[in-house]
Design a protein around this ligand. Structure first.
Ligand code: GTP
Ligand code: ZN
Length: 397
């Protein structure tokens, strides 16, 4: 018989770690939205406001809607980004309705007629590719408190930023818990991007000789939420160069499955990626940050939707806006945290994007210079490159 190992003392001291707990909660809540399960956003303690029960319009099914109806008095509202609301209503949205916060627009709320409170109709209201219009009489109503956090949570889940929402008074909390609905602080959702970025730590590394740079290493960074890893590809010894006071060549590259892996001609990502590695090899050293920020931060599924809209005539910026996303949803704190962890706080940045220069500088990185990274148009991506120059302000040289 094995001896019992039961003890009265825990093996390790369980120290409260509120930041890590908050990250886990937000990550779980985003997964719930992706599954079609409602989640309950809670106000700051003592605020007296009601909680906001939300479900993603894209994924919610009959069961999720029934759970919501059992916890709150209908009617429900539909939270949408102002750009999507304008399309659904076929009229401009007064700018006073949606104020902006951290560069992101606050959502607007529409009263949801019962006939539209059905999974298929909700998906159509969320998705401009599937297009379901509101009746002409549909009403704008004041957005309930915590709506902004709801939209941020949907975006963190890489879902269309469109949610069904109902307010739940405190008395409904035990019933929500009995249904297995998770509750979390709305403030934790708002703090998540910065908390996740600053929690990045090195978890693994290996030597990986590349076709264009045989002396290369990959270092993986993971955030405390357990989300997708970001990678640093080191060519030569940029850490040594930085330690000796030099400014290594650096590229902050956002993941592009279609361009980087498949050689899609719609963008310039593949040639930029390979070209950057080759330039670092020629320069003797460099670091390329390969960030899990597909589609300028909207995710691959939404990028495919944006491509469909571009095939219907929108440009890359307006397609993002039509989906309810901003033109560029990326943050630069991830890149800055990785560079700092690698000891490279002074770099020469390979980019045409002025926002990257300003964004990294704002996060404490000394951008000692910019190296242009222009790739010639290929006959398919010409309009895309034009839009980057004319509407995103990309530098042409
Ligand atoms: N949403 C969206 N994302 C796109 C589209 N085309 C490419 N992307 C994404 O844009 C990102 C490429 O950005 P970067 O390579 O960092 O380039 P950049 O911001 O244009 O700046 P540079 O440093 O000058 O290259 C990748 O995540 C691509 O998936 C598009 O039409 N729509
Ligand atoms: Zn691309």
């Amino acid at each position: 018989m094995p001896q019992s190992t039961a003890t009265t003392e825990p093996a390790i001291a369980l120290v409260a770690d509120p930041l890590s707990l908050a990250l886990r909660q937000v990550h779980r809540a985003a997964s719930d939205l992706r599954r079609g399960t409602p989640v309950l956003l809670q106000p700051a303690p003592g605020s007296g406001a009601a909680g906001l029960l939300v479900a993603a319009a894209e994924t919610v099914g009959a069961r999720g809607l029934a759970e919501m109806a059992s916890l709150a008095t209908l009617p429900a509202t539909l939270l949408l980004a102002p750009s999507r609301a304008a399309a659904v209503l076929h009229r401009p949205i007064p700018s006073v309705v949606g104020e902006s916060r951290n560069g992101q627009e606050a959502p607007v709320a529409l009263a949801l007629p019962a006939a539209l409170l059905q999974p298929e109709q909700l998906r159509g209201l969320a998705d401009p590719v599937a297009e379901q219009l509101m009746p002409a009489l549909a009403e704008l109503v004041p957005a309930p408190p915590l709506s902004f956090a709801a939209l941020v949570l949907a975006k963190l889940g890489r879902l269309l930023p469109a949610l069904v929402a109902v307010q739940v008074p405190d008395a409904g909390l035990p019933r929500a818990a009995s249904l297995g609905i998770m509750a979390l602080a709305a403030e934790d959702v708002l703090a998540y991007p910065a908390t996740a970025a600053t929690s990045l730590t090195r978890v693994a590394e290996a030597r990986v000789p590349l076709q264009d740079a045989t002396d290369s290493r990959i270092i993986a960074f993971r955030a405390a939420d357990g989300g997708i890893e970001h990678l640093a590809i080191l060519v030569g010894d940029p850490e040594g160069l930085a330690a000796a006071g030099g400014a290594p060549l650096a590229r902050v590259h956002s993941e592009c499955f279609t361009g980087d892996l498949l050689g899609s001609l719609r963008c310039d990502c593949g040639p930029q990626l390979r070209g950057a590695i080759a330039r670092m090899a020629a320069d003797g050293a460099g670091v390329l940050l390969y960030l899990a920020q597909e589609g300028r931060g909207i995710g691959l599924v939404n990028k495919l939707r944006a491509y469909t809209l571009q095939d219907q005539g929108l440009d890359t910026l307006d397609a993002n806006r039509a989906l309810g996303y901003g033109a560029d949803e990326r943050g630069f704190l991830v890149a800055a945290t990785m560079l700092r962890a690698l000891g490279m706080t002074r770099v020469r940045l390979l980019t045409n994007n002025p926002d990257k220069l300003a964004g990294l500088a704002a996060c404490g990185i000394d951008v000692a210079g910019r190296e242009p990274h222009q790739i010639a148009a290929n006959g398919v991506n010409d309009a895309y490159l034009d839009t980057k120059a004319t509407r995103f302000g990309h530098l042409l040289r």
